[in-house]
Design a protein around this ligand. Structure first.
Ligand code: C2G
Length: 460
């Protein structure tokens, strides 16, 4: 079928046009976006670009979008590759657009590889290699606040970090560091980022560092990253000695850099809502908090074999201590650890019992024992209960003396939940939020102190 199409006032008769479509937020427009549009246009003759609305970004869990929709549309137009710009406002729109505009090719960056294969029923799907290096100069000229993130560590949590970071606007995952080249290279190739085995070279390529290496290496990496002028987001447990935590937060203050401990529960909307309800007085004065989190691991797993730094409490203690520190504070009068150890001396199951002036608490965790993962907050007028996985808080109830009276609360918990801490970390760096209220440095220091006490008693 020969067709004629109007494109920017030109007639293109006698030729079958290839129509291409792509979608994106295009926030803080940068060269990754520019190169994507450039190559998308080169795939055909007519390029339609769908720019996401704030509502759609919220619905799909894209956080921290800075530019308005109009600004983002303008920036796409200014790049000069789009023949038509539409808005993307809901899930499922892609299929309808492909039909409506008679699209031949859908394209998107390779960070979405596989995510849009379902569109192959309607048109050709092309994943264009994502742009690895977003040069800071270009961004600085446009005073964009894109932060280039470097990851230290290539383990399981680091694997979960990248897809989460891609749903937070204003960050670009630039590279990964691991002293073992094969680990660094394998990880980098999988995620299409740069691999580094030289720490100096790594630091020169990034603005902020996410530390997801083994617990015992955190202290040195945080110190060196701060001394290289990098903001730091470190996986829990941040450090295992109170004095180290105090020293690192002081160093961060001196360097005017942000240091965050990454306990995803602390930053997720559901847990934040739960703390708000608990603090509202609806259950009266809080007198007892019971937090339990167990996760059976293989006997030969790192968590159950790593000498000294393995074991349940170092792995899960940050989660179960969090609600207690949040609700009762850090000034407990006494703490006691009851532990079931494996043959190698690592704890398979630990119950920390704490006494406060106004209440009591237990923090129970286990990698070798399975129990009911529940958060229970008991007060003088009622209680709050959140079932597992309360550490990814999405639902909780408030019960009172009258069993028929139950308040129910729910809140979305998206993906692996790391996007929330990344978004808050970014907001702190960009000065959009001054207070670190979701997890304060005092709470991180207290957590390090509890870890230290536990390790002393376990060794003792
Ligand atoms: N992109 C890229 N290289 C980067 C960053 C982004 O090639 N360093 C590409 C993305 O893969 C995407 C486009 O640029 O194809 C726009 O990226 P975003 O604005 O981050 O949009 P995104 O959240 O990826 O949404 O329906 C929306 C689509 O799912 C894409």
């Amino acid at each position: 079928m020969i067709a004629g199409f109007k494109i920017q006032g030109e007639e293109h008769l006698g030729r079958i046009m290839t129509k291409v479509i792509t979608y994106g937020t295009f926030d803080l427009f940068h060269e990754g976006h520019y190169r994507l549009l450039q190559r998308a246009k080169a795939l055909g003759d007519y390029l339609i670009v769908g720019v996401t609305t704030e509502a759609y970004d919220k619905a799909r869990g894209k956080l921290n979008v800075v530019d308005s929709l109009m600004t983002r549309i303008e920036n796409v137009k200014k790049a000069g590759f789009a023949d038509e710009v539409i808005i993307e406002e809901e899930l499922g729109q892609k299929i309808n657009d492909i039909k409506k505009f008679q699209i031949d090719i859908f394209t998107v960056g390779s960070d979405w590889a596989g995510s849009f294969d379902y569109l192959m029923d309607y048109c050709k799907v092309v994943y264009l290699e994502r742009t690895k290096n977003i040069s800071s100069t270009m961004l600085r000229e446009k005073n964009s606040c894109i932060q280039r993130i470097g990851i230290i560590g290539t383990g399981r949590i680091a694997q979960r970090f990248i897809p989460e970071a891609r749903l937070v606007s204003g960050v670009s995952t630039q590279g990964v560091y691991n002293p073992h080249i094969t680990s660094a290279r394998r990880f980098a190739d999988k995620w299409e980022i740069n691999a580094y085995t030289d720490l100096e070279e790594f630091y020169s390529a990034v603005d902020v560092v996410y530390i997801a290496s083994p617990h015992e290496t955190h202290y040195e990496y945080i110190r060196s990253a701060l001394n290289h002028g990098k903001h730091v987001l470190c996986e829990k447990p941040m450090v295992l000695k109170k004095a180290q935590a105090e020293e690192l937060f002081e160093l961060a203050r001196e360097k005017k850099k942000v240091l965050f401990e990454g306990i995803k529960t602390a930053y997720c909307p559901g847990f934040h809502k739960l703390l708000g309800v608990a603090g509202s007085g609806t259950v009266g004065m809080i007198r007892n908090v019971e937090a339990c989190f167990t996760k059976l691991e293989q006997e030969n797993s790192r968590e159950l074999t790593a000498p000294v730094y393995g074991g349940s409490f170092l792995e899960l203690g940050s989660y179960v201590m969090l609600p207690i520190l949040k609700l009762f504070g850090k000034d407990f009068e006494e703490i006691r650890f009851d532990t079931i150890k494996g043959e190698n001396g690592l704890d398979l199951f630990t119950k920390a019992s704490l006494c406060y002036p106004t209440g009591v608490a237990t923090a129970t965790c286990g990698l070798g024992v399975k129990s009911e993962g529940r958060l229970l907050i008991a007060g003088t007028k009622g209680y709050i209960v959140a079932e597992a996985p309360w550490w990814k808080t999405s639902y909780f109830e408030v019960h009172y003396e009258n069993p028929g009276e139950v308040d129910k609360y729910s809140e979305r918990f998206l993906g692996d939940g790391l996007r929330y801490e990344i978004s808050d970390f970014l907001s702190m760096i960009n000065g959009n939020s001054s207070s670190e209220f979701k997890l304060t440095r005092g709470e991180s220091v207290a957590l390090a102190g509890v870890m230290e006490r536990f390790m002393e008693e376990r060794e003792g």
